[in-house]
Design a protein around this ligand. Structure first.
Ligand code: DON
Length: 555
């Protein structure tokens, strides 16, 4: 085993030795909302680095896209520090309150109470984003926290015109928001969904951001704001305590590193499942030369790789501080070779022939990703969230902060699917101060010729989207192509391949059905943000998913 690990490590770090790159000619920012992209560009122009920009963009998204992410949520910030050449993963994932128990969302008969882990303060885990932003600024930024947060504070205080997407997000969540007066006061002024173009001001959120700017962690996790949040949560059926907030810490973790035909993959370790599933799938595919295969065969092999890797997600993964996971085995090329043996060239593998259980849920827009590169070569790929659209819907009065419903990413009961249709086992059971298993997959790709920074929202489909993006980059795609290519997805159970219009040719559809696949066409999904940098030409390309309203700037 040890020999295997040594060999594996050598393989990984020996791979993809990139030609020493010059510095990029431009800064680049891609995010899901134009005001947020602009906030990032602004702090870069003020002398900030990629990490300052990441704080500015993340905080601005908390204001202009609060249905996706915010101070009441959490996420992952994958960093590349150019000098000294280092990759770091900041785990700012929420954790469960200390009073949480494995059966807290079940009734006396042991049935899962529908919606209990999705709505209201009982569904909220302790937020990680404020701590992550402070950590990112203090440890890696060049500007003050107040400078990084300034654009967000201004957007919250002075307001911004509601875009059509934000309008529709509110319209689809009226019932959720209406239940909580503070949230309704902000998002349903005069009891109505505000029209597109409405100047949305969030003075409470501006004050909360200012408190964070002035006092750092203490401004959010202690003192007046903490007390206001805990009082409001407890008065409305939640179980937070002051100690839960006070004791929250981000975790700096080693990113996972993998390799695909010489391309290096740097991605999210647990408490995300993203990096493991991504690298396991690529390891399976490493045994093939996809370029020599027909389109049909390529798709077949990629779908099978997804199936096997997602199966292991359900079986093994959870918070690394709580569960032992066979990570070395899952990422070993020998393990992938073993899985490859059972993939037949002309036939789909029925998922029921494999072990445990996941199911599928519709994707919708909530969660966000940002990609940033600065002229010094520093990089950020970050994916963060309040989980479902507007999270728990609950806003503690006077805070302006929507709390997440990330508790739903735990397993409420073995075998019972969560909001994304995912099931799991004890590895992802609820426990005090444990982090729920995520699928968010912020990723860097490095080849001898250049690099890519990418990630997307999309629940369980995040990982398959990043996998397709990685393969596209390997095949010569730039940022625009990575975010645009049609997508397809298989997650072991249900035994169905979901695909966007245009993902398969008519012949491929016929061929896949003949192999035994069940196909289901779905609406376009995902909201990927990508940056590529070509070492040879020096060209930096940034792109925001054409399926949505985000923007990318190179300057
Ligand atoms: O951490 C996770 O995997 C989920 N909470 C992410 C949710 C998500 O991507 C929703 N996006 N459409």
């Amino acid at each position: 085993m040890k020999r295997l690990a040594v060999f594996f490590t050598a393989l990984l770090f020996g791979a993809a030795a990139a030609a020493a790159p010059l510095k990029p000619s431009h800064n680049a920012v891609a995010s899901a909302q134009p005001f947020a992209t602009r906030a990032g560009m602004q702090v870069l122009q003020e002398g900030g680095n990629a990490f300052d920009a990441a704080v500015a963009v993340s905080a601005a998204l908390a204001v202009v896209e609060p249905y996706s992410s915010g101070l009441g949520g959490g996420g992952f910030w994958l960093l590349h520090v150019a000098k000294p050449d280092r990759n770091i993963f900041i785990d700012g994932r929420e954790y469960a309150p200390a009073a949480a128990t494995p059966t807290m969302y079940q009734d006396k008969q042991g049935n899962v109470i529908p919606g209990a882990s999705l709505n209201g303060p009982l569904s909220a885990a302790i937020p990680g984003e404020p701590a992550a932003l402070v950590y990112l600024n203090r440890k890696y930024g060049r500007l003050s926290l107040a400078q990084d947060l300034a654009p967000a504070i201004r957007l919250a205080r002075e307001g911004f015109p509601l875009d059509p997407l934000f309008h529709s997000m509110i319209a689809t969540r009226v019932n959720k928001l209406k239940r909580w007066p503070a949230a309704a006061a902000v998002f349903l002024p005069h009891g109505r969904v505000p029209p597109t173009g409405y100047l949305l001001k969030q003075p409470d959120l501006a004050r909360t951001l200012e408190l964070l700017a002035k006092q750092g962690d203490a401004g959010f996790y202690q003192g007046r704001l903490a007390k206001e949040m805990v009082d409001a949560v407890r008065a409305n059926g939640g179980i937070w305590s002051l100690a839960d907030l006070r004791d929250y810490r981000v975790k700096a973790r080693q990113p996972l590193v993998g390799e695909y035909h010489g391309m290096k993959i740097i991605s999210a370790p647990p408490s995300s499942s993203g990096g493991i599933v991504l690298i396991e799938a690529l390891n399976i595919l490493s045994g093939y030369d996809l370029a020599d295969d027909s389109g049909l065969m390529q798709k077949h092999l990629i779908i099978e790789a997804m199936r096997y890797a997602y199966r292991d997600r359900a079986d093994y993964l959870g918070d690394p501080d709580f569960v032992k996971m066979p990570i070395a085995r899952l990422l070993s090329p020998y393990y992938a070779a073993g899985l490859r043996v059972s993939i037949l060239p002309d036939q789909a593998t029925p998922s029921r022939d494999l072990a445990p259980v996941t199911a599928m849920a519709p994707e919708s827009r909530h969660t966000t990703h940002i990609s940033i590169l600065d002229k010094e070569g520093n990089r950020v790929a970050a994916t963060f969230t309040v989980n479902f659209r507007f999270g728990s819907g609950f806003m503690p009065p006077h805070t302006g902060v929507i709390l997440n419903d990330e508790m739903d990413d735990f397993v409420s009961k073995p075998g019972v699917p969560n909001g994304f249709g995912l099931v799991g086992n004890a590895a992802n059971a609820i426990a005090p101060h444990k982090r729920p298993l995520s699928s968010m997959t912020p990723t860097f790709l490095e080849t001898r010729h250049g690099l890519a920074i990418l990630g997307t929202p999309g629940g369980s489909r995040i990982i398959s989207m990043v996998l397709l993006g990685a393969l596209d980059y390997f095949n010569g795609g730039d940022a625009k192509s990575i975010v645009s290519i049609p997508r397809y997805h298989m997650q072991y159970l249900p035994d169905v391949v979901f695909y966007e219009p245009g993902a398969f040719t008519p012949d491929e559809i016929t061929g896949l059905v003949k192999m035994g696949y069940t196909l289901r066409q779905v609406h376009p999904y995902g909201n990927m943000q990508a940056i590529t940098w070509d070492y040879k030409t020096g060209k930096v390309t940034a792109a925001s998913d054409p399926r949505d309203i985000g923007t990318a700037e190179v300057r």
